[in-house]
Design a protein around this ligand. Sequence first.
Ligand SMILES: *[C@@H]1O[C@H](CO)[C@@H](O)[C@H](O)[C@H]1NC(C)=O
Ligand SMILES: *[C@@H]1O[C@H](CO)[C@@H](O)[C@H](O)[C@H]1NC(C)=O
Ligand SMILES: *[C@@H]1O[C@H](CO)[C@@H](O)[C@H](O)[C@H]1NC(C)=O
Ligand SMILES: *[C@@H]1O[C@H](CO)[C@@H](O)[C@H](O)[C@H]1NC(C)=O
Length: 457
Amino acid sequence: MQTTRVVPLEEGKDPAPTSRTNQSRALPLRLIQLFGMFLVLCIAFWFISVYTIRHFGVQSVVTSVKSTFQPCFDQENNLDLWIKPPSNLMHKMSDKELLWRATLVPRIKKYPFRRVPKIAFMFLTKGPLPLGPIWDKFFKGHEGLYSIYVHSLPTFEAKFPPNSVFYNRQIPSQISEWGKMSMCDAERRLLANALLDISNEWFILLSESCIPLYNFSVIYHYIMKSRHSFTGAFDDPGPFGRGRYNENMAPEVNITQWRKGSQWFEVNRKLAVNIVEDTKYYPKFKEFCKPACYVDEHYFPTMLSIEASHLLANRSLTWVDWSRGGAHPATFGRADITEEFFKRVYGGQHCTYNNQPFSVCSLFARKFAPSALDPLMNLSSKPYRFSLFDDDNEFFGSCRKRYDFYMYRGIDCNTDVASYSNFFTKPTTALAVGICCSVAVAGYVAQMSVLLCNVWP
Ligand SMILES: *[C@@H]1O[C@H](CO)[C@@H](O)[C@H](O)[C@H]1NC(C)=O
Ligand SMILES: *[C@@H]1O[C@H](CO)[C@@H](O)[C@H](O)[C@H]1NC(C)=O
Ligand SMILES: *[C@@H]1O[C@H](CO)[C@@H](O)[C@H](O)[C@H]1NC(C)=O
Ligand SMILES: *[C@@H]1O[C@H](CO)[C@@H](O)[C@H](O)[C@H]1NC(C)=O
């Protein structure tokens, strides 16, 4: 990366001396030769560092990811005993016990072990997950970077095959109704269960009708590199916003603090604890936000905006289509899954990401009917030009045009984003690249001054 900067610098300055005398014409040649040597050295350094990192750095990350998944209780590493997530998600804790347990937070910020942060995907469902095969495919090969939690109606008996990512990922559930506090209770229950795994760093709420819009690497990095959590929160002055505010909520919440936002949130671990530990706002919302005040659209957005507005992106990651009007967003079935449809979903996105204008705004989309499964699974085949899973995603054209242009600028698009960002954040690589480039620059400056001394009388 750095070397390419040096080359045009040299080329740009070259013509001046060559137009001079015969004697000085030999000099640029020598200069180029010498610089070529530095360049070769630089490239050699670069390759060595790539090799070392590939071999030792990334490899050790991968093995440590795997090893956290097969901890052995017989070993003398006693810490595992205290921090290992429960292998069986079904427990007998009451909500009160669970929420209390989930708010135990370590006070020493540095972990005494290698912690690979995971994304907790929390599925709030009625029952079955008809789009499950899409998620199976989505998660494949990324074990150790995610965990899954499913909250369904208590009467639903899950029968996921053992090779499904949803197998044994059900948490103890209770009835939850849209627009009522029981919905927020279910979301807090999901968060609390996910908090029990100390590796979970980000928490995403999804439903059975959601699909991912990008592959796992893109989504993981988008969330990891973000300075904000993605929770929708805006001040709507109309009857469906401020109109739902009840003055009895003061002084905890006054009307200027009242926010509205989509239920489908993404929060980091700190905000997840904020939500689970809340006893200040909860009673107010429970008592004074009942239909037609839909509490799941107001409680978390308002509470988080008061407590930690600087950590919020104020937008959701989940794309949804309200253009058909009515009380519910559009549901898409078999016939809707066309290339035009996805052009609409991906195109025309505008938002800010880390305070920069950005065109990748939604990482997930809803709502999709079970009949959409087949055509969605087929997306990687012709005639669709885009795919949710494949390496070469023609729809995006060059990656510079899309998600790449701020986040991964300068990184080869065909290579897995994950290994690259690992690679560039290694201090050893940075040092190697830094040293070889400073050597090259120093050499260039020295050559230049010799040259100038010679041609100047
Ligand atoms: C609402 O609370 C904010 C912050 O505490 C305060 O500045 C503002 O005056 C309050 N507004 C009303 C209408 O009470
Ligand atoms: C989100 O909104 C709050 C006000 O509620 C504001 O302080 C914050 O800066 C906003 N976040 C971003 C990323 O703009
Ligand atoms: C999906 O692809 C398979 C094989 O290519 C084909 O048989 C099937 O009809 C396709 N289904 C849809 C809904 O396009
Ligand atoms: C994920 O998608 C991006 C963009 O389409 C692509 O460049 C990258 O290679 C993909 N990663 C994997 C592991 O498929």
